[in-house]
Write a protein that binds this ligand. Structure first.
Ligand code: COA
Ligand code: AMP
Length: 629
């Protein structure tokens, strides 16, 4: 079938199109209602279907005779460990882990937070929670206690699952003190914590609240799958928005399973038995969708990798894993490829490996920059597919559909809208702009299955944050254009979200931390282009009058504050002290102008500026520090 036919079917008869895709899964009760719309045009998919996502991802395959096939491969160069689970083994372990949680009172609808490094127990936890019809919320292990506390207070979990430590290359990061601190900071207190003790660091447990994972599991009895409705939440995943408070994106069971299963055929072109590797972390949406759920729903083996693309031990790591396990599709972020390119530009470390099973390389998390794409295509000889997506959608909005009709690749473009997504480029009045003209990338409602239709705990937030700006459309927060051939070019965020090594951060949130320093009067945190990580945050700071702190000392203190408040993952490093910030006459900081100046882009001084002389002052300061030419 051609891409155009497939796409048009999804637009002309969405219910028929998605009913057909839903038939590809084993439901307890097939949905009668495919799509329900509320008065705002917000869609709810498969609301009356009965199912269990963990059943579809595990038990179903055992029943279908794939029990002995590999489901999960764990490869940890940082601990020299390699293990495998078959579908039968993974199903049994998940059933027992679910029993362990049930023993602590976890039932359908309860929330369970998972704060874990990249070990199989992280995946097992997610599936065990899903098996009970409960709702998991995975918090990325690199987040500091205040961030974890925010999520504990918002999701109000009954139980938290964690591990004694994570390993960052050679550094052991003790998770338990971070967890204890977060629970201290949070108003909500979980009833219990279950800690997976790793030999690299054994955590001290708090009696009456904490349980040793292995001991508790050994006493647990396996439990079956609790049926849930298609519209019941599977998970909450927090993501950075424009405010300091992260948003809890709610993912429903039915639409999620259907969209991910479809994506494995249509986008990635992988089949049951194939090996799929998303080199990300279960704490991010890519990890949720393509380390855990999609590969298992499709009956593929998934790789859980506890390591980096470089340094564990070298820049051949990606190719080693692909060759060793016969990976058919590799998916990671451009920053990982840039890191490999920097260390091994000639790809000499690729040469020892047989990559004949590798069919395609997928990239997401940020735009795949054309030089990196060209390098990767040349050294691998494989199709390199950029695809654009967000935590909010859970799967790709634009892609080059390898399983439908591979299209010619255009450098810098993530190709065409995926079936189900009516992507348009609009101006601020909601009017479509001509081909080639940049504007807001918006998706006409209703959104296809898997996309969010609510923010956890705040009934109006979805509408207010995403639907209000351009009525009838979901506003993606990204800007870009569509060319004459219909190819979509996503050029970057149009809000205060920045992208650091493929991780989404809010400058507003970092700004809140910088602003609390006792010597800081005001500040603006903006993104600075970075060769390796795409963007890194930079603080432009005005000191309180009479402040005596040196710029060097201030920078040191701000780095420490951001690391302990949000996490090292923010990569906050540079601080520049300015005499004043550029403001409009109504007192709004001109962040976009600052961003353009710092990144050497052309800028115009807005007519609303309070005092145009401030621009020359700032440029002089940045030049004196050799930050701009
Ligand atoms: N727990 C605790 N700390 C963590 C962490 C975790 N799970 N993950 C990262 N960190 C820390 C790192 O140790 C580092 O700390 P440091 O400043 O003290 O060295 C900091 O957060 C930044 O981490 P990272 O961005 O991973 O930088 P790096 O320099 O260690 O590695 C790359 C550089 C390019 C190899 C790395 O950024 C990478 O692998 N990127 C791919 C990103 C990716 O997969 N994104 C997924 C989105 S699809
Ligand atoms: P996250 O929700 O963390 O997955 O981040 C989503 C954001 O990352 C998007 O809104 C984009 O800004 C950016 N992004 C992800 N994939 C791409 C891509 N292929 N091209 C351009 N930007 C991307």
């Amino acid at each position: 079938m051609s891409y155009r036919t497939e796409y048009n079917q999804s637009m002309n008869d969405p219910e028929g199109f998605w009913r057909k895709q839903a038939e590809d899964l084993e439901w307890f009760k097939f949905p009668q209602k495919i799509l329900s719309l509320d008065e705002d045009g917000i869609g709810y998919w498969f609301a009356d279907g009965e199912m269990n996502t963990a059943y579809m991802a595990l038990d179903h395959h055992v029943k279908a005779g794939r029990g002995n096939q590999t489901a999960l491969i764990f490869d940890s160069p940082v601990t020299n460990t390699k293990t495998r689970y078959t579908f039968s083994e993974l199903t049994d372990t998940v059933a027992k882990t679910a029993g362990m949680l049930a023993g602590l009172g976890v039932v359908k609808g309860d929330r369970v937070i998972i704060y874990m490094p990249m070990i199989p127990e992280a995946v097992i936890s997610m599936l065990a929670v899903a098996r009970l019809g409960a709702i998991h919320s995975v918090v990325f292990g690199g987040f500091a206690p205040p961030e974890l506390a925010l999520r504990i207070d918002d999701a109000t979990p009954k139980v938290i699952l964690s591990a004694s430590c994570g390993i960052e290359i050679k550094r052991v990061i003790e998770y338990k003190p971070l967890l204890d601190k977060a629970i201290d900071l949070a108003k909500h207190k979980p009833q219990s914590c279950i800690i997976y003790q790793r030999p690299q660091s054994v955590a001290t447990l708090i009696e009456g609240r904490d349980y040793d994972w292995t001991a508790l599991l050994s006493k647990a009895k396996p439990v079956g799958c609790t049926p849930v409705k298609g519209s019941d939440p599977l998970y909450i995943l927090y993501t950075s928005g424009t405010t300091g408070k992260p948003k809890g994106v709610v993912r429903e069971n039915g639409g999620h399973a259907v969209a991910l299963k479809y994506s494995m055929n249509a986008i990635y072109n992988v089949k049951p038995g194939d090996v799929f590797w998303a080199s990300s972390d279960v704490g991010w949406v890519v990890g949720h969708s393509y380390i855990v759920y999609a590969p298992l729903l499709q009956g593929c083996a998934t790789v859980v990798y506890e390591g980096k693309p470089i340094m564990t031990p070298d820049a051949g790591a990606l190719w080693r894993v692909c060759a060793e396990y016969g990976v058919k599709v590799l998916f990671t972020a451009p920053t990982a490829f840039r890191a490999v390119k920097k260390e091994d530009p000639q790809a000499l470390l690729m040469k020892p490996y047989d990559l004949s099973k590798l069919q395609a390389i997928f990239s997401a998390g940020e735009r795949l920059d054309p030089p990196t794409e060209a390098w990767l295509s040349e050294i691998s000889g494989k199709p390199v597919v950029d695809h654009w997506w967000q935590t909010e959608t859970g799967w790709a909005i634009t892609a080059n559909l390898q399983g439908v009709e591979p299209m010619p690749i255009k450098s810098g473009s993530s190709t065409m809208p995926v079936p189900g997504f009516n992507v348009q480029i609009l101006d601020e009045n909601g009017v479509q702009v001509p081909h080639g003209t940049q504007g807001y990338i918006a998706i006409k409602l209703p959104l296809p299955p898997s996309c969010l239709n609510q923010v956890w705990g705040d009934k109006n937030k979805f509408r207010d944050s995403y639907l209000q700006f351009l009525p009838g459309y979901y506003t993606s927060g990204d800007g870009g254009y569509i060319d004459n051939d219909g190819y979509v070019f996503v050029m970057g965020r149009v809000d205060d979200v920045i992208n650091v090594a493929g991780h989404r951060m809010s400058t507003g949130e970092i700004e809140e931390v910088v602003a609390t320093h006792p010597e800081v009067a005001e500040c603006a945190v903006i993104a600075r282009d970075d060769e390796l990580k795409g963007q890194v945050p930079m603080g432009l700071v005005v000191l309180k009058s009479g402040a005596t702190i040196s710029e060097e000392e201030l920078q040191k203190q701000l780095i420490a504050r951001v690391r302990t408040s949000i996490g090292a993952i923010t990569c906050y490093k540079d601080t520049v002290v300015l005499a004043r910030l550029p403001k409009t006459r109504s007192g709004k900081t001109l962040r976009k102008t600052l961003y353009k100046i710092v990144n050497g882009q052309e800028y115009t001084v807005p007519s609303t500026i309070d005092d145009p002389a401030v621009i020359a002052e700032i440029i002089a300061t940045l030049r004196s520090k050799k930050l701009v030419a």
